[in-house]
Design a protein around this ligand. Structure first.
Ligand code: KIV
Length: 275
């Protein structure tokens, strides 16, 4: 039986082996052209369920479906050469039982070509993570602020402050012991993220956490300044693409109204080339 040559992508095991090494560079992507740009620098590209808010205009990640994740996962896969592609398991696709999680994770991986899935939750997801890993599904865990639980938490507040730190530390050790190959730690005090990074044997990927984590992740539309509905404190804008796009559309509109566009070089004649 012959197998198609797989792309030379990093694997979950490669990422796991980077614990304590050079910081892991991670970003989200949802489309082929953005995936190509991210792939040039990233170790991990996450097809995050943030796609619902930043591309589809949804009010939270709760409305994101498995079909949306598969569609965007397929698009991202076409843009990647080197980075490990991780796809988020959307709300409602894994919480019911390990068997439900396996069915949907297997579908996500088979239909998108992802090398791993990510799911939210700590100690209470331990059995599910163990079940998935034992059956060939690499899992990136996600603890601290878990946006799919926004209605239980009551907002997007910093997690693990004061006495609550013990809960997040316990979540971290639970997912590491269950076999997750890495763990995203979102919106916790920096000292807590540093303590967890020192305690667990798997890479910690910070978002609103600490520069001491084993890697960092941001939503790419946030750091490019493409999504500016709101800006959490932990987002640094490395570009201002929404503002640039607004300028470009204004310039185009002005030129159309003034009949300055299209100019002679943009139109065809009887004699010119046909392309
Ligand atoms: O969905 C997402 O983009 C994420 C990152 C914020 C880690 O989960």
């Amino acid at each position: 039986m012959s197998h198609p040559a797989p792309r030379k992508a990093l694997t979950a095991a490669d990422i796991r082996s980077r614990k304590g090494g050079a910081p892991l560079v991670c970003l989200t992507a949802y489309t082929t052209p953005i995936a190509q740009i991210a792939d040039a620098e990233c170790d991990v590209v996450l097809v995050g369920d943030s796609v619902g808010m930043v591309l589809h205009g949804l009010p939270s990640t709760l409305q994101v479906t498995l079909e949306m994740m598969i569609l965007h996962g397929k698009a991202v896969a076409r843009g990647l050469q080197r980075a490990l592609m991780v796809v988020d398991m959307p709300f409602g696709s894994y919480e019911e039982s390990p068997e439900q999680a396996l069915r949907n994770a297997a579908r996500l991986m088979a239909e998108t070509g992802a090398g791993a899935v990510k799911l939210e939750g700590g100690r209470h997801m331990e059995a599910t993570i163990r079940f998935l890993v034992a059956r060939g599904i690499p899992v990136m865990a996600h603890i601290g602020l878990t946006p799919q639980s926004v209605n239980v938490i009551g907002g997007y507040s910093v997690q693990g402050k004061g006495a609550d730190a013990a809960r997040i530390r316990d979540d971290a050790s639970a997912v590491a012991e269950a076999g997750a190959f890495s763990v995203v730690i979102e919106k916790v005090p920096a000292a807590l993220a540093d303590a967890i990074t020192a305690e667990v044997a798997i890479p910690t990927i910070g978002i609103g956490a600490s520069a001491g984590c084993d890697g960092q992740i941001l939503v790419i539309d946030d750091m490019l300044g493409l999504f500016d509905a709101f800006k959490p404190k932990f987002v640094k804008r490395y570009a201002h693409l929404a503002a640039d796009a607004g300028e470009a559309v204004r310039a185009y509109a002005e030129e159309v109204r003034a009949r300055a566009f299209p100019a002679p070089e943009h139109v065809f004649t009887d004699e010119g080339d046909a392309s």
